[in-house]
Design a protein around this ligand. Structure first.
Ligand SMILES: *[C@@H]1O[C@H](CO)[C@@H](O)[C@H](O)[C@H]1NC(C)=O
Ligand SMILES: *[C@@H]1O[C@H](CO)[C@@H](O)[C@H](O)[C@H]1NC(C)=O
Ligand SMILES: *[C@@H]1O[C@H](CO)[C@@H](O)[C@H](O)[C@H]1NC(C)=O
Ligand SMILES: *[C@@H]1O[C@H](CO)[C@@H](O)[C@H](O)[C@H]1NC(C)=O
Ligand SMILES: *[C@@H]1O[C@H](CO)[C@@H](O)[C@H](O)[C@H]1NC(C)=O
Ligand SMILES: *[C@@H]1O[C@H](CO)[C@@H](O)[C@H](O)[C@H]1NC(C)=O
Ligand SMILES: *[C@@H]1O[C@H](CO)[C@@H](O)[C@H](O)[C@H]1NC(C)=O
Ligand SMILES: *[C@@H]1O[C@H](CO)[C@@H](O)[C@H](O)[C@H]1NC(C)=O
Ligand SMILES: *[C@@H]1O[C@H](CO)[C@@H](O)[C@H](O)[C@H]1NC(C)=O
Ligand SMILES: *[C@@H]1O[C@H](CO)[C@@H](O)[C@H](O)[C@H]1NC(C)=O
Ligand SMILES: *[C@@H]1O[C@H](CO)[C@@H](O)[C@H](O)[C@H]1NC(C)=O
Ligand SMILES: *[C@@H]1O[C@H](CO)[C@@H](O)[C@H](O)[C@H]1NC(C)=O
Length: 837
């Protein structure tokens, strides 16, 4: 079929090109303006001088006779009829003049339309269409179906039977015709058939007023006399319900809840012919969900609401309301979390299941109470130190309260009460954070304000005042909780000292002596002020420094120190201190004595008062000098008959000495820094008293030693020498006193001679004196029971020449140091004291 169609098209192309060549040669053309199964209508232009036109159609490729027609010169169109359908004709038009001569010629190829088809039947299955059946005609490539309703045509081209005309009105009578079509053109219309479209479908809406009902409504349908409605579950379960009605609505009951139903409705006409269907899917509403539960989320104002799922429900709506608030929530889940409920409220809660059909009836209301609101008006009082009273206002719907008290070191305590007050123990220096919660069965109230309370700072206690000097006390303590500053007070009866510092130490100086101070360290915090209950510590300052009034030397070896005693109950210690050592005496009175201080020393004396509180400052020192020490020994030697040498050992502390030689008649003395001195004017054979006084640098003197001293016997006077004969001499003298023994000594360079005379003898003889020598002769009294002799009696020179007794006078002069007044002259007869006192 498609192959022949292709061939046909190519031969058509060939014909067109052929026609163009003809036209080009003469400028005369022919065109076709209508073709049917048996006719071809042509048009050509007027050709000059043409008298008539001749048209001839000859079938191409098939046997058959040609058709010929003539047209006058005014006729420029012509129709050839009685042609064979579906046949290619070669159509030739000749322009002929009056002489019968062909002036011009044009040719065209044309296929005739196929045979007219015949309608077998026409009927309507749908309200908008009519279906037509016919027998196929040869050469037809398609068919044109026409439905006519009064003035209105509706055409449809179809390729084969049966064909359907659509876009028709429902319940309407139509006249139906058909034409066949090929490339050449269209056949004439077939004889018509009448057909009526069926009734239109009713337009239906349905709804489910409750979980087991569906109500359907539809509109009226033109020409309808009744309606048929059917319903069945869309999932095919169960049976179908069918009902006929003339009404425009219908209600189905006893349906399954939440189930999708498929509903069909159609109308029928007076002949009972059913019209178009209308299908509608409708779901029934769900049942109310069961078993609604509310579980509180403790601690927050939230709850979890859950229920059993309802068949066919697509969402669940939870609505809750209290006296003052409303709340709702929709979810696809059967459980949902409700948050931000009002505290302390009674709620009524219902759940509704919904689907596209609508909502179920609400469940029975669940009444519940939310957790109580946070307690308000919280007050914190520290009625007495160590006890915090926390109180709050009563809260609706609460069963009991728990108050939490957390100290800033993290420790937390709580109290559980149904009253509105709790007592807590508190410590000094802490900050407590306090929160109160109310509870009921629904749980805990939300967190309200957190209050804080700072207790008074603690008191520093582990301190002890330490005297760093007798009038300065230092206090060091450990820092205590809560203290921002310390105020340290030292209070005495008449005065007060104060230290304000953040440091944990304070020093009070210039304290009064012998005074009791109450020292208190108060801690201070800005929020609570000072902790005034801090305990004082008592300190007593050291006694006042005593004052030495006088020092008396009671006897030689005892001194007494007197002071001004100003501190009650003090013990006084006197210290005597010097290079010689230290001495002490103590007394609770105002004087004490020291015995046996060494002589000749310088001391400093002070007094210190002592009490339990300590030592006073020492008094100012008073110097004390003891009398110089006496020389330990004293000796007196006679240097000459009238001069004695007094010598002594040195005494400690003595700077000078006064030596005194005293007889009942006279006295001689010397004052010397030395430890000896010469004293003249002694008379021989006299008893003396010798005294030495030691004198210190400051003039302090001590009477020391008394010694008795007797001067020696006098040297003889009138010594004379007489030659007795052969180398012997007699020596004479005058005795100063009777019954004294004398020793006569002769000193020579070769030999010495001694002669002792006893009794009343006043001469002595010495024999066998070698001559030619010079001798010194001395006559001295024997002393100390004749055991020694005086050494200082004058000596006489003797030589052989002057043996007759003429003595050579020798003059000796002696200057004695220390006593310019004493000059001693010695000649051969006597000693002359030039000056004597
Ligand atoms: C409803 O009407 C149609 C057409 O008249 C008929 O065929 C059918 O049996 C009827 N059904 C019922 C349930 O009446
Ligand atoms: C049609 O249905 C409506 C509502 O269901 C009802 O009120 C009415 O009476 C019915 N009419 C007939 C003719 O059944
Ligand atoms: C809330 O309602 C309850 C009972 O209906 C009532 O007793 C209560 O006073 C109401 N509360 C408020 C704040 O209105
Ligand atoms: C849910 O709440 C919204 C506003 O919060 C309100 O418009 C709506 O009507 C409520 N729905 C129900 C079922 O209460
Ligand atoms: C407080 O007491 C109630 C009952 O007396 C008890 O149920 C609750 O657990 C207690 N709460 C605390 C925090 O101790
Ligand atoms: C304590 O409470 C006061 C006032 O309520 C607030 O200003 C202060 O910051 C709080 N202190 C602490 C440590 O939270
Ligand atoms: C002051 O401190 C003491 C001891 O540290 C403490 O016991 C007392 O509670 C404090 N005083 C006050 C008013 O808190
Ligand atoms: C010191 O404290 C004691 C006891 O605390 C008190 O008896 C005494 O009067 C106080 N002395 C002074 C000077 O305040
Ligand atoms: C010490 O501090 C206290 C508390 O701040 C104050 O009252 C007092 O005046 C201060 N004293 C001195 C001497 O600064
Ligand atoms: C020393 O002082 C005391 C007390 O004042 C007095 O009794 C005594 O007489 C005084 N002694 C002398 C030597 O002044
Ligand atoms: C006196 O005697 C002392 C001690 O024997 C002696 O050292 C001193 O020189 C003597 N003085 C004179 C002037 O002889
Ligand atoms: C004589 O005596 C003197 C003094 O005692 C002495 O110095 C001297 O040596 C003596 N001469 C002789 C010869 O013994």
């Amino acid at each position: 079929m498609s192959g022949s169609c292709k061939l046909f098209l190519s031969s058509g192309l060939f014909l067109i090109s052929f026609k163009m060549i003809i036209s080009a040669s003469t400028g005369f053309t022919v065109s076709i303006y209508d073709v049917t199964s048996r006719t071809v209508s042509l048009r050509w232009p007027k050709f000059p001088d043409a008298f008539s036109y001749r048209v001839m159609a000859t079938p191409v490729n098939t046997l058959g006779h040609s058709l010929l027609a003539h047209f006058s010169d005014v006729t420029l169109v012509g129709t050839l009829s009685s042609l064979a359908p579906n046949t290619i004709y070669s159509v030739m038009v000749d322009a002929i003049d009056k002489n019968g001569i062909i002036l011009a010629e044009a040719q065209i190829m044309q296929l005739t339309a196929p045979e007219i088809p015949m309608i077998d039947q026409a009927y309507s299955k749908l309200s908008s269409s009519i279906t037509v059946e016919w027998a196929a005609v040869s050469g037809a490539s398609s068919y044109l179906l026409t439905a006519q309703d009064g003035e209105m045509f509706i055409e449809t081209i179809v390729t084969n039977s049966p064909g359907t005309v659509t876009g028709l009105k429902a319940a309407t009578l139509y006249k139906i015709t058909i034409r066949s079509i090929n490339t050449g053109g269209r056949s004439q219309s077939s004889p018509s058939k009448k057909a009526k479209t069926v009734l239109a479908a009713p337009v239906m809406i349905a709804n489910s007023p409750s979980y087991n009902n569906i109500v359907v409504n539809w509109n009226a349908v033109y020409m309808a006399v009744g309606f048929s409605v059917s319903i069945m579950r869309s999932d095919g379960l169960g049976s179908m319900l069918k009902e006929n009605t003339t009404n425009n609505s219908l209600a189905f009951s006893s349906l399954d809840p939440g189930t999708l139903y498929t509903i069909k409705v159609y109308a029928w006409d007076i002949n009972g012919i059913p019209g178009d269907d209308f299908t509608y899917n409708q779901r029934t509403r769900p049942l109310a969900p069961g078993d609604v539960q509310v579980v509180f989320d403790s601690g927050s104002l939230g709850a979890i609401v859950s229920c059993m799922p309802a068949e066919g429900a697509s969402s669940y709506s939870i609505a809750a309301y209290s006296n003052t608030s409303k709340w709702n929530f929709t979810s696809t889940s059967t459980s949902c979390t409700v948050s931000s409920l009002e505290c302390g409220a009674e709620y009524s809660l219902t759940v509704v299941a919904s689907n596209e059909a609508g909502s179920s009836v609400p469940t029975e209301a669940v009444i519940f109470k939310t957790a109580p609101c946070a307690p308000e008006s919280i007050t914190i009082e520290e009625k007495e130190p160590g006890n915090l009273a926390v109180s709050w206002s009563d809260v609706d719907l609460s069963d009991y309260y728990v108050a939490f008290v957390k100290s800033d070191d993290g420790l937390e305590v709580h109290c559980n009460t149904s009253c509105t007050q709790c007592l807590f123990q508190s410590d000094c220096g802490f900050t407590y954070f306090i929160s109160v919660f109310a509870y009921n069965k629904a749980g805990q109230s939300p967190l309200g304000d957190i209050f804080n309370y700072t207790t008074a700072p603690c008191c520093p206690s582990n301190f002890s005042p330490v005297f760093v000097s007798s009038n300065t006390v230092q206090i060091i303590w450990s820092p205590v909780r809560g203290a921002e500053m310390y105020e340290t007070k030292a209070v005495a009866q008449t005065s007060e000292l104060l230290c304000n510092d953040t440091a944990t130490t304070c020093t009070f100086s210039a304290l009064q002596c012998n005074t009791q101070y109450n020292i208190t360290v108060y801690s201070f915090s800005e929020i609570r002020g000072s902790n005034m209950s801090c305990e004082p510590k008592q300190v007593t300052t050291a006694p006042c420094s005593p004052e030495i009034l006088n020092i008396s030397k009671d006897t030689l070896s005892i001194i007494s120190v007197h002071w001004h005693a100003s501190s009650d109950g003090a013990m006084y210690t006197v210290t005597v201190k010097g290079e010689a050592g230290r001495w002490h005496c103590t007394s609770s009175g105002n004087s004490c004595s020291i015995h046996n201080l060494p002589c000749g020393s310088l001391f400093f004396i002070n007094v210190v008062a002592t009490t339990e509180a300590g030592y006073s400052l020492p008094s100012y020192s008073v110097p004390l000098e003891t009398d110089p020490c006496c020389p330990a020994d004293l000796s007196v030697t006679q240097v000459t008959q009238s001069v004695a040498n007094i010598s002594w050992s040195s005494g400690t502390g003595a700077k000078t000495y006064i030596a005194i030689l005293e007889s009942h008649k006279r006295q001689a003395s010397c004052h010397t820094p030395q430890t000896s001195c010469l004293l003249g004017c002694i008379t021989c054979g006299t008893d003396y008293t010798v005294t030495v006084k030691a004198v210190s640098e400051t003039g302090l003197g001590s009477d020391c030693i008394y010694k008795r001293f007797s001067s020696s016997a006098c040297c003889p006077s009138g010594v004379k020498l007489y030659r007795l004969g052969n180398n012997s001499i007699r020596i004479y003298w005058r005795s100063s006193k009777e019954s004294i023994n004398y020793s006569t000594d002769l000193y020579g360079s070769k030999r010495n001679f001694t002669c002792i005379s006893t009794g009343a003898l006043t001469y002595c003889d010495i024999t066998e004196i070698p001559c030619g020598d010079v001798y010194m002769v001395a006559v001295s009294p024997l002393i100390d029971r004749n055991r020694s002799k005086l050494a200082f009696c004058p000596k006489k020179m003797y030589s052989g020449k002057n043996l007759k007794g003429t003595a050579t006078v020798k003059k000796m002069r002696q200057h004695i140091w220390g006593n310019k007044n004493v000059h001693i002259y010695i000649n051969h007869v006597r000693l002359i004291l030039k000056t004597c006192q």
